[in-house]
Design a protein around this ligand. Structure first.
Ligand SMILES: [Zn+2]
Ligand SMILES: [Zn+2]
Length: 330
């Protein structure tokens, strides 16, 4: 048996349960979970804003674990290897998206901690092809946020294009990681937070932002790109207004409140508005070594497994500096 935090019904708190240890199926590894990052997506799932989770569900898709057994015909990893399990847990490999290097959009994709049980547990199983090897000596709890917050931030930054001035709207788990990458790549980073959030603004400056202040401040204008991490649709026209001609606004979240209507003139002059969905394995193969070389430092707030509800509540109320992580392994 193993301990897990389980979503049994949406809009209800997770409940601590003893579950049978999962059995690795063909091509899967069995992992002892060391740490699992808590993502805002987990909150959207628990709140019923993502409408089709498996239930009951063990959430969690930023899993750092060690291989303790291989299922039939799994041979990519050896016992004891440290691996990461991200949101993209399985694809069909055959649809139009998989065949064109866009597996993040796979028509039959299965997601960790949504369609399949994830890492809010002492053990989990994962398809070995979708795990990332995690060499290096960065502590498990600090690696975990790289697996979604870092990866989605990286994909967003890549799709934001090139330029000099980058705005980050919302400075939470993802932004605090990608701010460091962007600064290392030469971007002048403008971190936009809630008005008066001096602690987060100070964190942003410490992590390489050239400027940090409140959304709407005219200092953060003439941007070549803006990434919106906060799930607030009214930031979209706000960010478009802050863009230079030819600039791009990337919406990085999986869920956002409705976007208010806006005049065409703020999109005119070849400004682009786009979203980013999920990740590909190639994103991970590029980002994880890059994170090591920058090196990206993760600011974490750690919680025991049994306190997963408290971690989710802290994300909901903006009380997390950096990333919330469940520290699970002994
Ligand atoms: Zn996530
Ligand atoms: Zn596919």
């Amino acid at each position: 048996m193993m301990r897990a935090m389980v979503l049994e019904a949406v809009r209800e708190p997770l409940v601590e349960r003893e579950l049978p240890e999962p059995e690795p199926a063909k091509g899967q590894v069995l992992l002892e979970v060391a740490a699992c990052g808590v993502c805002r997506t987990d909150l959207h799932i628990a709140d019923g804003e993502l409408t089709e989770p498996k239930l009951p569900l063990v959430p969690g898709h930023q899993i750092v674990g060690r291989v303790i057994a291989n299922g039939p015909s799994a041979d990519r990893f050896s016992e004891g290897d440290r691996v990461g399990v991200p949101w993209l847990g399985w694809t069909d490999g055959t649809c139009r998206y998989c065949r064109s290097e866009r597996e993040n959009l796979c028509e039959h994709a299965r997601f960790t901690g949504y369609d399949m049980d994830g890492g809010y547990a002492e053990r989990t199983v994962a398809d070995e092809r979708f795990c990332f090897p995690l060499p290096g000596d960065m502590p498990d709890e600090h690696v975990a946020p790289l697996l979604c917050a870092g990866l989605i931030g990286y994909r967003s930054l890549r799709l934001a294009g090139r330029g000099e001035r980058l705005g980050l709207y919302g400075f939470g788990s993802s932004a605090h990681l990608i701010c460091q990458v962007a600064a290392a790549q030469g971007w002048s980073v403008f971190a936009l937070t809630r008005e008066g959030d001096a602690v987060t603004q100070e964190l942003a400056r410490r992590l390489g932002a050239e400027w940090a202040g409140a959304v709407g401040d005219p200092e953060a204008s003439n941007l070549d790109a803006a990434i919106i991490f906060a799930p607030a649709g009214d930031l979209v026209p706000e960010a478009l207004r802050a863009l230079a001609p030819g600039g791009t606004v990337v919406c990085a979240g999986i869920h956002m409140s409705d976007i208010p209507s806006f005049p065409y003139e703020i999109l005119w002059h070849e400004r682009t508005l786009r979203s980013v969905a999920n990740l590909t394995r190639l994103d991970g193969d590029e980002f994880l070594p890059l994170a090591q070389s920058v090196p990206v430092r993760t600011e974490i707030q750690a919680y025991p497994l049994a306190d997963a509800n408290r971690a989710l509540g802290d994300i909901r109320h903006g009380r997390v500096r950096g990333s919330a992580v469940l520290a699970i392994g002994g």
